[in-house]
Design a protein. Structure first.
Ligand code: C2E
Ligand code: CA
Ligand code: CA
Length: 755
């Protein structure tokens, strides 16, 4: 300790200033003592000063720390005045809004609040002013970069420390002088928490979707399921949690299925596909399942999620669509598309196994007539019943299909290895079908009989493509029709040959007219005394290579191709020319010439005109021309047909109903038809002497014709016996080989003049 010399007047000053010192001096025993005491005091004083400086430093440090705490606090601190203007804020507060602190001062706090939350802020602000204690609210604030942040606002009202007014005075909002109120606001950024909460909420609501969801741990133990899961599987969450998903296994898939499924999940992290599961109630149902692995940051699987939707409905719709696409809606039988598909399979399997198969075309005889007379509803009933009967005739693996209309196709598979034996098997089934379809049908109130024509073709392996097989069976069926219907025919290459020539014939037929290859033959018609009354003109095609072709062969072709219209025109013209020749000669002037008119020709809109033109062109008496119409020609649009016939009658030509008795539909119209003649079909005449029912039919026709005041003529009369019966029944006009075959005009005229 160093001695500090002290002067007397210095001492005086000190003692004056310091009463404690004075006291000290007063109590000093000697100067020595006094000096010593003083020195001690001086030292103590020095120490106190040092202590004070230290304390000052501590306080400064503490203040710095407080400023740091204030500025860098994780929350925003703001002070607002009672108008809501920011008067002070910490750095964090400014950073939260992304605005420089100085630029926030003196701005309204509300200008940082998102417009959608303006009302909420206003209410909060009002509450703070009116109430004591802290207030809280959550606000969305607008960051300067355009983003939003969610903040929790804690506010407290306080007095301006500089104000002399008491808190009580300040609390009174009505106090007009209450201007020094301040609001201390703490802003906590809760954006992350809100985002997380929202995500959780979204996740939770997404979890409760239509789709069944199941979450398992990495070992496959079910941790969580949603409501949809409970609804589809029937298992409640309590029942499912803690168990393995194998609780749903249906047994529909084998171990390999699940093994490969898990291999894919391990390899790619996900799998999806159709899977059949079992509900709690035992029902097995299809679902579309997606499984994916959820991995943590370290790429280790933490969970598996299984999402599935019940696709029972979708499956049902698929089935429905498949049904519409592959099945005939009237009969429920497979349609052409499905048949094609099955045929492809059948060919492949036949190739593999060497077994024969057969394709069978079945066409109902006279179906169109039934449809036209009794209506489509009844027709549909027949088609349905036929379908049922056909299905009963075949074995399980065979296919019965309907192609449309009255056409059915049967595909027989797995027949014999030997073609001949296979043919016998197919024929046996065909016979069964013939028998079955000949049985009585009950269609609503109608009893009905029908028969089919069946064409069969056999196949082994891929010798023929399916289209060929369809063609073959169709040709065979056509052959069955031709040989009198209600029968079965096999396709054979010979048949094919004759059909191949069909198309070349059509080409030649087109040229036949310009090449003048047609000729009219005439077949005489006589009365009961054998006198000629007229003739029927019958067309012949004198083919340059084939020789004479019968109209039975080419008329149907001409009808199909439409050529019949021009051919018919030629016939009419040639016939009228012949009538003119006859008309001029006394011996033949009363002969009536009959001309066959085909349906297509008759339906031409200008047919009546054409007839009239021909008559006028040749200048013939119209009543010497007779048009032969068939019953089938009158079948549809009967009213139109009657109108055409009436126009023809008005011209003066005669009309005969050809092949009478083979159809039955127009009987009810017979009275209304402006006819001159019925021509009894030759099929009745043929068996007239031996078949009692044909006899009865012919007698009935004759009686009916008489009652309708119609002339009646029988065609196909070949024997005297037939002629006598007809005469005794009252039929006095005849046509047939007995009197003369169809012949060229020169022969006929020689014949006429001879008599
Ligand atoms: P259709 O009108 O019924 O003609 C009668 C057919 O019976 C003729 O056959 C005739 O030769 C044949 N026939 C006549 N008498 C007898 C007989 O006593 N016994 C037998 N078994 N047959 C007899 P064709 O000439 O072959 O004519 C066949 C069919 O061709 C005709 O049947 C007719 O529908 C059609 N046709 C013939 N010429 C024409 C024509 O110019 N135009 C049209 N559209 N069709 C024609
Ligand atoms: Ca005829
Ligand atoms: Ca006839």
């Amino acid at each position: 300790m160093s001695h500090i010399p002290i002067e007397h007047d210095q001492m005086r000053k000190v003692t004056e200033a310091r009463p404690a010192l004075r006291q000290l001096i007063g109590t000093a025993r000697s100067t020595e003592e006094l000096l010593h005491e003083l020195q001690v005091y001086q030292i103590e004083l020095e120490m106190q000063n040092q202590e004070l400086r230290r304390t000052q430093l501590v306080i400064e440090k503490m203040r710095d720390r407080y400023v740091d705490l204030y500025e860098l606090a994780p929350v925003g601190h703001l002070t607002l005045n009672r108008d809501g203007l920011i008067i002070e804020l910490n750095l964090t507060g400014a950073e939260m809004m992304g605005v420089e602190r100085s630029k926030m001062i003196n701005r309204h706090f509300s200008s940082f609040v998102c417009s959608g939350n303006a009302d909420r802020w206003y209410l909060h602000f009002r509450d703070i002013l009116q109430r004591d204690g802290r207030q809280q609210c959550e606000l969305a604030m607008q960051h300067s970069d355009g983003s939003y942040l969610q903040v929790n606002v804690t506010s407290l009202k306080s007095a301006d420390l500089l104000s002399s007014r008491t808190i009580d005075q300040l609390s009174n909002p009505d106090d007009p002088l209450n201007t020094s109120v301040q609001l201390r606001i703490v802003l906590t950024d809760i954006t992350e928490r809100i985002v997380a909460e929202t995500e959780l909420r979204i996740a939770a609501s997404a979890f409760e979707t239509q789709e069944s969801l199941m979450i398992t741990d990495p070992n496959g133990i079910i941790l969580r399921v949603n409501k949809a899961f409970t609804e589809t599987t029937g298992y409640s969450a309590e029942e499912a949690i803690g168990r393995y998903p194998s609780m749903l296994t249906s047994g529909h898939h084998d171990g390999d299925f699940y093994r490969s499924m898990w291999e894919i999940i391990h390899a790619t992290g996900t799998w999806q596909g159709e899977i059949w599961d079992r509900r709690k109630n035992g029902e097995i149902y299809p679902k579309w399942l997606t499984i994916w692995a959820v991995k943590g940051d370290n790429d280790i699987v933490t969970h598996y999620v299984g999402a599935h939707s019940d696709i029972t409905e979708r499956k049902r719709a698929e089935e429905e669509i498949k049904h519409l696409a592959f099945y005939d809606h009237l009969t429920g039988l497979p349609n052409r598309r499905l048949l094609q598909d099955r045929l492809q399979h059948a060919l492949a399997s036949s190739e593999r196994r060497g077994r024969a198969g057969a394709l069978m075309f079945i066409d109902l005889d006279n179906f169109k007539t039934l449809n036209d007379t009794l209506g489509h509803d009844i027709g549909d009933k027949l088609l349905q019943q036929v379908a049922k009967r056909l299905e009963l005739c075949v074995r399980e693996g065979d296919t019965v299909a309907r192609l449309g209309g009255d056409e059915y196709v049967i595909l027989l598979e797995d027949l014999s290895l030997e073609l001949l034996e296979a043919a016998a098997q197919a024929e046996a089934i065909g016979e069964k079908i013939l028998f079955s379809l000949n049985q009585k049908y009950i269609l609503a109130t109608h009893e009905y009989y029908n028969s089919p024509s069946i064409g069969v073709t056999l196949f082994i392996g891929h010798e023929y493509v399916s289209e060929d097989l369809f063609k073959h069976a169709d040709l065979a069926m056509y052959q069955a029709k031709k040989s009198g219907r209600n029968t079965l025919r096999f396709f054979d290459p010979e048949m094919q040959k004759s059909i191949d020539s069909r198309s070349s014939i059509e080409g030649q037929l087109r040229k036949a007219l310009e090449n003048k290859e047609f000729q009219l033959y005439y077949q005489i018609q006589v009365d009961s005394s054998g006198n000629p009354v007229g003739a029927e003109a019958l067309i012949r095609w004198i083919h340059p290579e084939r020789g004479m072709v019968s109209p039975a062969q080419f008329i149907p072709l001409a009808e199909e191709s439409g050529l019949i219209v021009s051919i018919g025109g030629w016939v009419l013209d040639t016939a009228c020319a012949q009538i003119l020749t006859w008309q001029k000669s006394k011996q033949t002037s009363n002969l009536i010439l009959s001309v066959n008119v085909s349906s297509k020709q008759f339906r031409q809109v200008n047919f009546v005109n054409e007839v009239q033109n021909a008559i006028q062109r040749h200048g013939i008496k119209p009543n010497l021309l007779k048009l032969e119409l068939t019953e089938s020609l009158l079948l549809d649009k009967i009213e139109e047909a009657i109108a055409t016939m009436k126009s023809l009658k008005a011209i003066g030509v005669r009309i005969s109903l050809d092949d009478f008795g083979t159809g039955y539909s127009s009987l009810q119209y017979l009275k209304r038809l402006p006819l001159d003649q019925l021509k009894i079909d030759q099929s009745f005449v043929r068996d007239i002497a031996i078949d009692e029912s044909d006899k009865a039919i012919v007698q009935t026709i004759i009686v009916m014709a008489k009652s309708l005041k119609l002339e009646v003529i029988a065609e196909g009369v070949e024997t005297d016996e037939q002629r006598h019966f007809l005469e005794s029944a009252g039929c006095v006009h005849y046509q047939g080989y007995l009197f003369g075959k169809p012949m060229p005009i020169e022969q006929l005229e020689a014949f006429l003049y001879k008599n």
